[in-house]
Design a protein around this ligand. Structure first.
Ligand code: MN
Length: 504
């Protein structure tokens, strides 16, 4: 399957920048392009294109996401230090510290010369390190990897496999955890097509058939929805259809034993409105016209997903009894859903380097030192992989706060996620108003209340048998180490005293 990827000109890049930014510094982008073009002159990619087409494609992706222009400029310059004679000091002088530091970090991220498992571990470690210090570096890396995947057909087979596997196992899940669904979807589909070409073709064919069958119906439904909303007080509504991605459908089909009739969101209708009030108004209007399917109304506005995703979802029996999912959101929610933490820069301070409201990113910052040390990283890796890559559940405090935990987490993990002191003194849990053991596995949507005993001396070492999160396990180990040592010391001194006594 050869898919020649289109190339972009500098004018097309400047055009998308004009569209997505207010008063952009186009001169900066022009200068970065000129240097990249000069530096890479004569170099070709295996696709036959001039090398500079690659950094331009990377910058284009970043500009589409609307990330701070320094990052777009760094995207243009990202291969310069590694591949040409130009030194980081030159970039510093001509483009300033911020852009030079970004290029430097991307360059360091690339230098992984190991093989097999060691390569995987090292890649992961470097990604985590980069994320902990400046998450913008990871955006450049994603855009870089995406373009390399899209031009992978020109590579030898073994490289295709390696790059695709790495992208599916490392890059896509990280993009997902950052809420960058558009990027995750693109990385997944591109990798999937190289790793499992047969499965890819099979699922894509199912999707194509469904789109052909249902496409006309959905177009009519979109029109019907537009007309219906046009008669209400809700203004400036955009209604689109969205087709499920290939890899995402593949995973869902596996869960449902390949029964496509159970997948209701193959094609969904997305409604984008001006504000939150309108989201709920539209939900009400839809339900007046079409009966909702019970149990499928989800309010991710009141209870956002841990990665920040917000929307209202409902599945209805639409015209002619067809079951269709609707997703209702504001433009800002839409940008967050597509670009995740990267959308942050559209609405907030562009100079921010780390994101404060994503719990595990904070955690990553906390263990920065351990990441730096290869051996310590290896010790932490398994548990970290559970924390970051396993499917997440989100449970609630009685006050309605969302706590983000890995699947299989228990009330002990929950207690430590709230506060170390609560973890150390917890004795029992009430889950959805019922008393439960501390090793009960929590499920998404559970409301969990932890009962504590102030007089409790510390955690039970047995909790390590079921505690899932790295955070809880470390706290339990630390606290019990302390008490064990205390206990041993007390026993030893007691023995000493007894010996002295006998000796007398
Ligand atoms: Mn590159």
């Amino acid at each position: 399957m050869i898919m020649a990827e289109r190339t972009y000109t500098i004018d097309e890049l400047l055009h998308v920048i004009e569209k997505n930014y207010q008063n952009p510094d186009k001169e900066l982008i022009r200068r970065a392009f000129d240097l990249a073009e000069k530096a890479h002159k004569g170099e070709k990619r295996l696709t036959g294109d001039d090398f500079v087409s690659h950094p331009v494609a990377v910058a284009y992706t970043l500009a589409e996401m609307g990330i701070h222009l320094n990052v777009v400029a760094a995207g243009l310059l990202h291969d310069i230090v590694e591949d040409t004679d130009i030194e980081i000091e030159t970039l510093q002088k001509e483009f300033g510290d911020d852009i030079a530091a970004l290029v430097d970090s991307v360059t360091k991220l690339k230098q992984v010369r190991l093989k097999g498992e060691a390569r995987y571990v090292e890649n992961l470690r470097k990604m985590f390190l980069a994320m902990a210090s400046d998450v913008r570096v990871v955006f450049i890396k994603f855009a870089d990897r995406l373009h390399n995947l899209k031009t992978l057909y020109a590579m030898p087979r073994y490289k295709q496999k390696r790059t695709a596997l790495e992208s599916l196992e490392i890059f896509a899940p990280i993009a997902g955890r950052l809420g960058m669904n558009e990027m995750r979807g693109e990385l997944e589909d591109a990798s999937f097509s190289y790793l499992y070409p047969k499965d890819f073709q099979h699922v894509k064919a199912i999707l194509d058939v469904k789109v052909r069958e249902k496409g006309a119906y959905v177009s009519r439904l979109i029109e019907e929805t537009e007309n219906m909303l046009g008669e209400t007080a809700v203004k400036n509504v955009q209604v689109h259809g969205r087709v499920k991605r290939v890899y995402s459908l593949y995973k869902k089909l596996k869960r449902y034993n390949n029964d496509t009739s159970k997948v209701y969101d193959l094609i969904a209708v997305r409604i984008i409105v001006e504000d939150v009030e309108d989201c709920y108004a539209v939900l009400g209007i839809l339900h007046q016209k079409w009966k909702p399917v019970p149990g499928r109304i989800k309010d991710f506005i009141a209870q956002p997903k841990p990665n920040g995703y917000q929307s209202l979802h409902t599945t209805v029996f639409a015209t002619d009894g067809e079951i269709v999912e609707f997703q209702i959101r504001t433009q800002e929610m839409h940008d967050v859903a597509e670009y995740g933490v990267a959308a942050h820069w559209r609405y907030k301070d562009p100079s921010v380097k780390t994101i404060k409201n994503v719990r595990w990113m904070q955690e990553l910052g906390n263990i920065h030192k351990e990441l730096d040390d290869r051996k310590q990283f290896l010790d932490q890796l398994e548990i970290m992989k559970i924390d970051l890559f396993q499917d997440r559940i989100f449970v609630f405090t009685p006050g309605g706060d969302v706590i983000d935990l890995p699947e299989g987490a228990t009330p002990v993990d929950f207690a430590y996620a709230i506060h170390t002191e609560i973890g150390n003194t917890c004795t029992a849990a009430r889950i959805n108003e019922m008393m439960r053991n501390l090793d009960t596995q929590l499920r998404s949507g559970d409301i969990v209340e932890i009962l504590t005993d102030k007089n409790r001396r510390g955690p039970n070492p047995d909790w390590l048998k079921f505690a899932k999160t790295r955070h809880a396990r470390n706290k339990i180990k630390a606290a019990t180490k302390h008490t064990m040592r205390g206990w041993i010391t007390s026993v030893m001194t007691g023995r000493d005293r007894a010996k002295k006594h006998r000796g007398k």
